[in-house]
Design a protein around this ligand. Structure first.
Ligand SMILES: *Cc1c(COP(=O)(O)O)cnc(C)c1O
Length: 427
């Protein structure tokens, strides 16, 4: 039975809720420093305990002992498809349509390029890519780059049309729309698109649908098959705990697999890479979405995080995620009502991912002061305090403690100290 939030009115009640939590055991699968409440797993997930051992095996036994033989003997060559299949299972993509590879930015380029190419053949008069104004910048930058490269609207090429919300999207979906590319859960606000409904809207208008699952995979239920999506991309270093810079993924619907081609025709996507043939021939199925040699160490340790995610009951994960985010919103609003904090995350649970964001006019300094006190969230322009709730290692007492620390930082004006105004390269 899901936890009854109305009973969580004290730290003791939160500790009791942690004891009754069916996912509580997952906390021990991760190494987190003592005394830290880690609310930034939506930016860089925590370190799975088993990743160290896996790294040691790949380094010493595979690379160190088997050297180049490892590509075959230790199945390095199959890692992108093997892990791709696992990720696909997590996001309801079925078998054979997903590879783990490259970065999300690069996969956006490949998926969008492939979708536009299909439309060029099927509906060549369509020249508009629709996305959201508040999308994560790299998704838009990559779309801009692709469009510019092919001549832009002036050269009778493509055009990027940006919208806010579903109503504007519906209005923008004219008979010139080629592709809709959206991020399922918004990185800043935590707002979540209704994947099934929006995909249907795009299809009814004759457009293809590309989903970015960076803030969804491992955090919220996703069923790409049920939604009838065309392409998807996402990263593994956030809720999948794959490690810093771990490879991303790209998924192609079975209906496009036979003919989807992507613009980065590297040798790993070739039909027979080791023929070293003159002339590119796209590989079978989704393997053609590979480009070059994979970062094996990073890929191997990432698989540990993906395996943990696969072992979790997705219904329990979502229940706990919503309980934590709802509790956090309620406690902040009840206990910090005197402070200028504005919730920018939807209250409606159906429209919320697994993080919560509040605006505060001094958000940057407030977050720095919080981090110094062991509550690690992050800051995003403009003025946004962002708190990610990874249900596998964040608990109810953690949530209570985070709000209490935030209360102290604000009540006592701790954030006003000059050292909290200095900015590093990464916020
Ligand atoms: C985190 C994130 C990315 C990151 O892209 P990289 O290429 O891995 O740096 C891209 N898009 C979205 C929506 C994200 O949330």
């Amino acid at each position: 039975m899901p936890v009854d939030l109305t009973t969580l009115t004290s730290r003791e009640a939160c500790v009791a809720a942690d004891r009754a939590d069916p996912l509580a055991g997952y906390r021990d699968e991760f190494l987190l420093p003592e005394g830290v409440v880690y609310l930034d797993g939506n930016s860089l997930g925590a370190l799975p305990r088993a990743a160290g051992e896996r790294a040691r095996t790949v380094l010493e036994e595979e690379w160190g002992r088997d050297l180049i033989g490892s590509w075959n003997k230790n199945h390095w060559f199959e890692l992108p498809t093997r892990i791709g299949d696992k990720i696909s299972e997590l996001v309801g993509g079925g078998a054979g349509g997903c590879v783990a590879t490259d970065t999300t930015s690069i996969n956006v380029f490949k998926a969008l390029g492939a979708a536009l190419r299909i439309q060029q053949e099927d509906r060549p008069e369509r020249r508009v890519v629709i996305s959201e104004r508040e999308n994560f910048p790299t998704d838009l930058y990559m779309a801009e780059g692709l469009i510019e490269f092919f001549g832009g609207a002036d050269g009778a090429g493509y055009e990027l049309r940006l919208v806010d919300g579903e109503e504007e999207l519906a209005a923008a979906l004219g008979d010139d729309a080629a592709v809709v590319m959206l991020t399922h859960v918004n990185y800043r606000s935590g707002a979540m698109w209704h994947m099934d409904r929006v995909t249907r809207l795009a299809h009814e208008a004759g457009a293809l649908m590309v989903w970015d699952l960076c803030h969804s995979a491992g955090a919220v239920p996703v069923d790409l098959t049920a939604a009838d999506a065309d392409f998807a991309v996402g990263c593994t270093y956030k809720y999948l705990n794959g490690g810093p810079g771990s490879p991303a993924f790209v998924w192609v619907s079975p209906r496009h697999l036979d003919r989807a081609v992507q613009p980065l025709s590297g040798w790993w996507g070739h039909r027979r890479p080791f023929d070293m043939a003159v002339g590119y021939e796209a590989g079978e199925g989704v393997s053609r979405f590979l480009v070059g040699t994979q970062p094996i160490l990073s890929m191997a340790t990432m698989e540990v995080g993906v395996d943990i995610a696969l072992s979790v009951d997705p219904r329990l994960l979502r229940e706990k995620s919503l309980a934590l985010t709802s509790l956090f919103i309620r406690l902040v609003e009840e206990r910090l009502a005197d402070h200028p904090l504005t919730l920018i995350t939807p209250r409606d649970e159906e429209s919320r991912g697994s993080h919560v964001s509040f605006r505060h006019p001094e958000g940057f300094a407030v977050m720095k002061a919080l981090i110094e006190r062991g509550v690690i969230g992050d800051y995003r322009e403009p003025e946004v305090l962002r708190f990610g709730f990874t249900p596998l290692y964040v608990g109810f007492a953690d949530t209570w403690d985070a709000v209490e620390t935030l209360r102290r930082v604000l009540d006592e004006g701790i954030w006003e100290a000059p050292e909290y105004r200095l900015r590093g390269a990464v916020t």
